[in-house]
Design a protein around this ligand. Structure first.
Ligand SMILES: Cc1ncc(C[n+]2csc(CCOP(=O)(O)OP(=O)(O)O)c2C)c(N)n1
Ligand code: SF4
Length: 307
């Protein structure tokens, strides 16, 4: 991540949603704090576009943000979005409080892979188990980026990171599998290289009453790409002569596309073939399971003798 950078108010942003960004709209600052090639800018624009397309009422759809590089998305998302910056891994707990305080609200949670599946794994499990009406995004860049590129529970086997300078040898956690096991009622995975799918899943989550978990595979060029080669995850990874470090956004996006398998293709593949791959698609949609705040309200009525 870099400093906020110079402002060029005389320059008109080419991207239609930059004018709608928090920093762009308020102070005409169109710079980004993300490294060149970071995928988080794409997410900010897709969020803002969906926010406008759906005409989201900011008072009903607060954005609850955990701690990681991605927290800087707050400067880029729609200026009128209500944003709450919370603690590392604790965004689901704050979102639960907000939802229970005012069940009319539907929190949208931003979390990193380290955030939701490492330090906040416990909070994530219980959000899913309760089926609280909220959308939680897990931005998976396979690394703890903000603190210097340490290996995370999601780091692919064989990958290099600052804490695994030879190779990652631990089994990785799969955010989708965990969400399914914990009981989330809408579960999907996509990547920033599939922007239309991102918006489709986001809109579905917004219209679903229950916990929607959307994992998004994102490139971190600085701490993941520069240390790893584009044959990572490939069955041909022993062909090291073809391997290239992924030090640019283009190489990382190409690798993400190559290392991604659609859910309908995955069913014809063996466990060995799927090792280290990202399966994308929709894994569960269950609109019939009772939602937590509704259930809680019915218990209040029983306690008050009204039912
Ligand atoms: C309770 C707690 N533990 C650790 C930290 C230090 N910390 C801040 S951000 C971060 C890593 C974030 O990684 P991730 O959630 O994957 O997001 P990214 O930076 O990759 O976007 C860590 C370990 C913290 N702020 N609070
Ligand atoms: S360190 Fe990685 S995740 Fe953080 S801003 Fe840079 S590219 Fe993005």
């Amino acid at each position: 991540m870099s400093g906020i950078g110079p402002m060029y108010p005389q320059e008109k942003p080419e991207h239609p949603y930059l004018d709608k960004s928090y920093a762009g709209y308020l102070i005409g600052n169109y710079s980004s704090r993300f490294c060149a090639g970071c995928g988080y800018g794409i997410i900010a624009q897709l969020y803002t576009r969906t926010f406008e397309d759906e005409g989201l009422d900011p008072k009903k759809f607060p954005l609850i943000v955990g701690i990681g590089c991605y927290s800087q998305i707050m400067l880029l998302v729609h200026y009128s979005a209500q944003k709450v910056l919370t603690l590392h891994g604790r965004a689901p707990a704050i979102a639960t409080g907000i939802k229970m305080g005012n069940p009319e609200m539907k929190p949208i949670i931003f979390s990193g892979d380290g955030d939701a599946l490492g330090i906040g794994g416990n909070h994530f499990i219980h959000l899913c188990r309760r089926n609280l009406d909220a959308v939680i995004f897990i931005f998976n860049n396979s690394i703890y980026a903000m603190t210097g590129g340490q290996g995370a529970p999601t780091t692919l086997w064989g990958a290099e990171s600052t804490t695994t300078p030879y190779k990652m040898f631990e089994n990785r956690i799969d955010g989708v599998d965990l969400a399914l096991a914990a009981g989330a009622t809408y579960v999907a995975r996509t990547t920033v290289a599939h922007p239309r799918t991102f918006m489709k899943y986001f809109k579905k989550g917004l219209n679903h009453k229950g916990t929607s978990v959307i994992e998004v595979i994102v490139p971190c060029v600085t701490y993941f790409g520069r240390k790893n080669v584009n044959t990572l995850g490939s069955e041909y990874s022993e062909l090291q002569e073809e391997a290239e470090k992924m030090e640019t956004a283009g190489k990382m996006i190409d690798w993400i596309k190559k290392n991604t398998v659609r859910i309908n293709q995955a069913q014809f593949m063996t466990e060995k073939e799927l090792f280290n791959k990202y399966i994308i698609g929709e894994f569960r949609y269950d609109p019939d399971k009772p939602e937590y705040s509704d259930q809680y309200n019915s218990i209040i009525k029983i306690a008050q003798g009204r039912e």
